[in-house]
Design a protein around this ligand. Structure first.
Ligand SMILES: Cc1cc2nc3c(=O)[nH]c(=O)nc-3n(C[C@H](O)[C@H](O)[C@H](O)COP(=O)(O)OP(=O)(O)OC[C@H]3O[C@@H](n4cnc5c(N)ncnc54)[C@H](O)[C@@H]3O)c2cc1C
Length: 435
């Protein structure tokens, strides 16, 4: 059998290659690292997590928790490696990013049906089955080729931001304490309190701090899910206190009271030696990050091991380009997978790689499509991304809004019960899908 060509060994590309190979289909996986690096990738490993080490909620009352469970049911490599390398993070699935990436890389490289080819791909191969999983930071040459190849559709650029990392040693634990919000799960977050006065000074400094120049960046173009903390701050004095600095459900053990504002730090590696500032994606100049973030009392002597950065993010106008199998409608031998399709997030990118591979494998084996139903999170995401009625297409995290309602009332009150029921229905529907 002719090998399938997969471009990009990120989350979507590795998942896709693995799902094809485990079905007996040979794969040639092209990855430009380390010969050429994107502005956000730093390691040679595949499936590098470029920002947060959290794959978000792992609970079935949450749509991304459901998507994870579906991926586990589908034998996902990314989820298996994430589960093996998880670090404590309350109800979320966070991972030791290096252990995780190493495990994915080894499994992919060691698979006898996967051949890895190093180097940048600058144009789509003119023959064979191709999956483009080159991510939000697809190299310029390949982006230009894709744009020229599908001129009636357009790919769009915008910017994403990453949060800084600090060493645990440098956090002043006299001014901070371990806890999870509402004491849910284990006490995994470091909580750094600010008084009203400290918050006011911090907010003012943040609003006035100097940003790094980013060509073409405008507040209005910022993707809401990854908004820089300084942009959020400028929206109003209390905006941060309803966002990343929300104090609700956190009592300072020193006072027994909810502080005025709280910055949370989440463990970034298995050893617990590095923590990230939750929700502090930023594109301030680096010395400004040090100056302003050190105004948080527990971080006054913080040692920054990585500063926040801001990058381009490229995605297709998929509703006009792709079908529910992530194939180009006018050229079905070409598939896209991952963030470039406009799914947003690590788990969503993985899910699109998984679905694209399963459907492609079935086609190559002469079987009918799996057609993941809309009731499943993985199916709903693909159907949303390829839905022509979506006019102003924006990258989309998985959410229960794209899954059809139950059509009946769930006993007991609250959204959590309803969401849990939607998840139960999804997993039952998934069990009936022939993959
Ligand atoms: C700065 C930044 C921060 C982000 N933070 C988060 C976050 O905190 N949480 C979250 O859920 N999502 C985040 N995202 C969004 C997204 O989920 C991730 O980018 C995710 O890694 C996407 O997976 P992917 O497989 O589509 O792409 P990637 O993981 O980026 O993989 C693409 C691979 O393709 C390679 N490649 C690119 N061009 C070529 C070429 N021409 N030839 C060969 N190889 C090529 C790249 O080197 C890379 O290894 C962030 C995105 C960015 C840009």
């Amino acid at each position: 059998m002719e090998p399938v060509i997969v471009i990009g060994a990120g989350l979507a590309g590795c998942e896709c290659a693995w799902q094809l190979a485990r079905r007996g289909i040979p794969v040639v996986l092209h990855e430009m690292k380390p010969t050429k690096m994107t502005p956000a990738h730093h390691s040679e490993a595949f499936a590098e997590l470029v920002c947060s080490n959290s794959l978000r909620s792992d609970q079935l009352e949450n749509a991304v928790g459901l998507l994870k469970e579906e991926l586990r049911c589908l034998g996902s490599l990314i989820l298996a490696c994430a589960d093996t390398h998880r670090v404590e993070a309350g109800g979320a699935l966070a991972v030791d990013r290096h252990g995780f990436a190493r495990a994915v890389t080894q499994t992919v490289r060691n698979h006898p049906l996967i051949t890895v080819v190093e180097g940048e791909v600058t144009a789509l191969p003119e023959e064979g089955q191709v999956v483009v999983a080159s991510g939000p930071l697809t190299s310029d040459a390949l982006s230009a080729h894709i744009q020229a190849r599908y001129p009636q559709q357009h790919s769009l650029n915008f910017y994403d931001a990453a949060a800084p990392l600090v060493t645990f040693e440098s956090v002043d634990m006299e001014q901070a304490w371990f806890a999870s919000r509402y004491d849910k799960g284990t006490a995994d977050y470091i909580n750094c309190a600010l008084t009203a006065q400290e918050y006011a000074a911090f907010w003012e400094a943040l609003c006035q701090a100097e940003e790094a120049p980013v060509h073409g960046f405008e507040d209005s173009g910022v993707f809401e899910g990854c908004m820089p903390v300084e942009v959020m701050a400028r929206r109003g004095v209390d905006t941060l206190r309803y966002g990343p600095l929300k104090p609700r459900g956190l009592k300072d053990p020193k006072t027994g009271q909810e502080p005025y504002a709280v910055v949370q730090l989440r463990r970034d590696n298995a050893e617990g030696s590095i923590y990230n500032l939750v929700g502090f994606q930023t594109h301030l100049k680096w010395p400004e990050q040090r100056r302003v973030f050190s105004m948080i009392p527990a971080l006054k002597n913080a040692e920054f091991v990585r500063y926040g950065v801001m990058h381009r993010n490229t995605y297709l106008d998929s509703p006009r380009l792709l079908d529910r199998y992530y194939r180009v409608r006018t050229e079905p031998r070409i598939c896209f997978a991952g963030q470039i399709t406009g799914v947003e997030g690590y788990v969503e990118s993985t899910a699109s790689g998984c679905l694209a591979a399963i459907e492609l494998a079935r086609r190559l084996e002469g079987k009918k499509p799996a057609d993941f139903p809309r009731e499943t999170a993985i199916g709903a995401l693909a159907l949303y991304v390829s839905d022509e009625s979506v006019v102003d297409f924006q990258p989309m995290n998985v959410n229960f809004g794209i899954i059809p309602p139950l059509g009946y009332k769930v006993k007991g009150r609250g959204k959590r019960n309803k969401n849990a029921e939607l998840s139960r229905r999804a997993l039952s529907a998934l069990a009936l899908v022939e993959t």
